[in-house]
Design a binder for this molecule. Sequence first.
Ligand SMILES: [Zn+2]
Length: 296
Amino acid sequence: MFNCPLQNILLAATLLLTAPTVIAQKIQEPKPMSAEWSMPYQPFRIAGNLYYVGTYDLACYLITTPAGNILINTGLAASAAQIKKNIQTLGFRFADIKILLTTQAHYDHMGAMAAIKTKTRAQLMVDKKEAAVLKDGGSSDYALGGKGSSYAPVKPDRLLSDGDTIRLGGMQLVMLHHPGHTRGSCSFLFTVKDDQQSYRVLIANLPTIVTEKPFSAITDYPEIAADYAYTFKTMQNIPFDIWLASHASQFKMHDKHAPGDAYNPAVFNDQQGYRNAISSLQKQYDEKMKQQPATQ
Ligand SMILES: [Zn+2]
């Protein structure tokens, strides 16, 4: 064997070309901000055919219908088994999930999405502004990206625009585009019923600020400030009977419900709590808008 410089150059070039693909396929889930996030939590009926099936803090919701069920959010990659168990504990079948939704394309809500989609063959429907970041598993996210995939990439089956309706077995969910936290963050508005009454439910993706940088420094998302402003404006005027969020802590679930509590949808009404949550985030946004880019 003789050493051929050209062969070495070609080999080096091939390695350079293939290396980014290898890195892009490796999934590195960030360490969750708190161990509490993914602790097991006893599933329960929130109102009518709407159930909490998430972990202690990573909220996942199951909506049951005669034509199959809808799952909103999945928690971390390792939360898949917990969600399945929670669904079965409530007496439902994991395989009956027909539609998958997410409130935002971050790893703490998308971690198990690809795996659950493969197992159930459910249709994934997402805000169309989230489609690109889902394909690279969060790697192109303006705030948490740049370090490869933080969750398994997944291809949506349907792209949703603001106000679009998701229908299954008599249920109708309206998707509300609430961008800022991610480009395609969204909330869901729908009505559930029990023997007594019906409830208009808002699953709100609260516009929390992720980036440490001034908005003007986020060059790959130039409309970020305008998107947040739009979201704050539109979120103020949504009538609801019950509100929930992407994290249990965001709607103070553990102050309203303890494991084993009797069915009581009224505890999730909390109009004042919603107004407080939005107005405190609006203050953070106003402060953020005063932040100047660092001068070199
Ligand atoms: Zn997030």
